[in-house]
Design a protein around this ligand. Structure first.
Ligand SMILES: NC(=O)c1ccc[n+]([C@@H]2O[C@H](COP(=O)([O-])OP(=O)(O)OC[C@H]3O[C@@H](n4cnc5c(N)ncnc54)[C@H](O)[C@@H]3O)[C@@H](O)[C@H]2O)c1
Length: 334
């Protein structure tokens, strides 16, 4: 059996916990040997909870990559904190999982893609929706032409929380679309292909009085597709406290597909009244599947489902929506 992949985590916060638990499900493949956070206590706590007996702790990512002897790193930094970590890892041949959004500017995102592709490392961006059973079922049926062309994609991202301090500051998180609803933008691209244009309205409606809260908390974004279909993604951070609702629908010429999450959907044929729906239900862990897909690509020199290039494309789409909201103009996409 191949030796386990010596793996480090950069950014030991909320989502890193989720990835550490996923790594524990793959312990035949992955050994967590190094943890890096600017807050040394957080890195130490991760090492104690998830690390190998001799796990190392760092507070600077250059030291992590220089001294960690890593095969793989899980980059779980907040959006504003991305710097040269992808370039540093790529230069050492270290494979990467990078959380979304991969950067806050298109230029920075595509620099990451270039560094990774030139070095030939394997990368996976944290768009785990792509690994859901319902998402995969639709993807396969749609690609096979079983449902007819899509005329409408509609999705909502509803929550109501103050989140981390960095999250509220648009310059640090990118705002609700860039940081959160990007999952839905990516799912739309993954399932239906690239839109041709985007028009967005975004406002801070519910948190105007909260000091330092500059992210948008209400938005509506519409897309056109080259074949004439439309997309709509609407989001707010003013809905139900303590609840995160992410759901979407796709109407094709022959099907109404209603997703309550990546693993659960109802597919109802629309070619005649009263046809029986197909229900997709799964409890599969998309974080484990996402990490396993990356390990598999490393082991077989294959491709991951969501390489950095896909992360840059979805970032470009949310940034185009932001630019549309700022200028009041529809953005025509390449
Ligand atoms: N895939 C998902 O569903 C999902 C869910 C939550 C968060 N995320 C993404 O994961 C990223 C992190 O979010 P989070 O909620 O875990 O944030 P968090 O604030 O909980 O954790 C971030 C950690 O990074 C550390 N950090 C900040 N700057 C650093 C630096 N320069 N070097 C080393 N460590 C540094 C912080 O001290 C903190 O411990 C964000 O991009 C977010 O969008 C993805």
């Amino acid at each position: 059996m191949a030796p386990t992949l010596r793996t480090g985590i950069l950014g030991c916060g909320g989502i890193a916990q989720r990835h550490a638990l996923a790594a524990a499900q793959l312990r035949d493949e992955i050994e967590l040997v190094a943890f890096c956070d600017t807050d040394a206590d957080r890195a130490r706590a991760f090492a104690d909870q998830h690390g190998a007996a001799d796990a190392a702790v760092f507070t600077d990512h250059h030291a992590l990559f220089d001294r960690g002897a890593l095969d793989l790193a899980l980059i779980c930094l907040p959006p504003f904190a991305h710097a040269d970590e992808v370039a540093c890892a790529a230069a050492r041949g270290i494979h990467l999982l990078v959380e979304k959004p991969i950067a806050l500017s298109s230029h920075a995102g595509w620099q990451m893609v270039q560094a990774a592709e030139e070095a030939g490392i394997k990368t996976q961006v944290g768009f785990m929706y792509r690994f859901g059973a319902a998402v995969q079922a639709f993807k396969q049926g749609y690609a096979a032409g079983a449902y007819g062309q899509a005329g409408l994609f509609s999705a909502r991202f509803f929550c109501n929380a103050l989140h981390a301090d960095w999250w509220r500051v648009r310059a640090r998180s990118g705002g609700q679309l860039v940081e959160q609803a990007i999952h839905l933008f990516d799912a739309m691209r993954y399932l239906l292909g690239e839109p041709a244009s985007v028009f967005s309205r975004q406002t801070n409606f519910f948190h105007r009085e909260v000091a330092g809260y500059t992210a948008e908390d209400v938005s509506a974004t519409i897309f056109t597709f080259p074949h004439g279909g439309l997309g709509l993604i609407y989001a707010t951070n003013g809905a139900l406290p303590g609840k995160w609702i992410k759901e979407w629908r796709i109407v094709t010429r022959g099907l109404l597909a209603e997703f309550s999450d990546w693993n659960h959907a109802t597919f109802t044929p629309t070619t005649a009244p009263g046809l029986a729906p197909e229900t997709i239900t799964s409890e599969q862990d998309v974080f484990v599947l996402q990490l396993r897909d990356l390990v598999q690509a490393i082991r077989t020199a294959g491709e991951t489902r969501t390489p950095l290039r896909e992360g840059a494309k979805s970032l470009d789409l949310v940034l185009a929506a932001a630019a549309s909201a700022e200028t009041g103009r529809e953005m025509i996409l390449d």
